[in-house]
Design a protein around this ligand. Sequence first.
Ligand SMILES: Cc1ncc(C[n+]2csc(CCOP(=O)(O)OP(=O)(O)O)c2C)c(N)n1
Length: 300
Amino acid sequence: MTVLSTQSAASTSVYPYGPHHPEAMVADLSRRAYDYRTHVLRMVYGRKSGHIGGAFSSAEILTALYFHHLRVDPNRADWVDRDRLVFSKGHACAMLYTVLAHRGFFPVEELPTFRSLNSRLQGHPEPQKTPGVEVAAGPLGHGVAIGAGMALAARMDGSKRKVYVILGDGELNSGVIWEGMMTAAKFALDNLVVIVDYNGVQQTGTTRHVMPTEPIADKWAAFNWHVIEIHGHNMAQILDALDRADEVHGRPVVIIARTTKGKGVSFMENSPTWHGGIPDAAQFETALDELNEGARAWTA
Ligand SMILES: Cc1ncc(C[n+]2csc(CCOP(=O)(O)OP(=O)(O)O)c2C)c(N)n1
């Protein structure tokens, strides 16, 4: 195990630990993530509205959570002891909706209604509207504080449920994130896991240019969080990191997932253009071909 330079082994670790999960399962989940990207592409292209780049970067993370790690039951969406997922980077919700639909929270056939009037699938997530959505998001920055409150409530209830929060790296620009970090550490919330979808690109440019965040692992560790760093499109690493987070006691865990904005479509990758860009017909076809090719690569 390699340990980041300025931190103790107890508080900071980087991959690899595994592999601990069967290859067939890793391949199936990886293929799903590509398939889900095609749904997001169709939704945004169909409505000429939405956020592809940040949705694509969170595909593997959301798939790993909903199809392997989270204790949720689509038939009992209000089960009190379910794990909670706070999707704080709400603008990228096309991927959240796609994964929730495939997990059985609502019909997949509803996905094309995304961003339509009266649809349950609005441009930013709303728990009152959409089965499976736990927290409203859109104004960035609130996920850690909300998650800390939920984790504290779980502890006070004597429940084993865990709280997972997905943040964007641009979202770290919001000061309230850092207040939430301090609060979670103060209460030693080891039932709270934050995953930073660290794609390095935000709305108008790179994170390095808009508001530098490095050294990001050291910052979380300095706030007394256990830090795990992974490649955020490597399914085996995501699954192992989630397992490893379950073994941490006495402090909250952050998984820094190094991702690529627009992952899976060559001309969309690493470009702020595709934060909220809408493909034209030719781009749509090329993107679909590339994503289908990505899915095929994981098909046995
Ligand atoms: C408080 C707040 N400020 C600004 C915005 C506008 N906004 C929407 S998305 C975004 C960029 C987010 O970047 P990042 O968190 O890296 O998301 P990702 O790259 O994962 O899509 C911004 C600034 C917002 N939604 N909320």
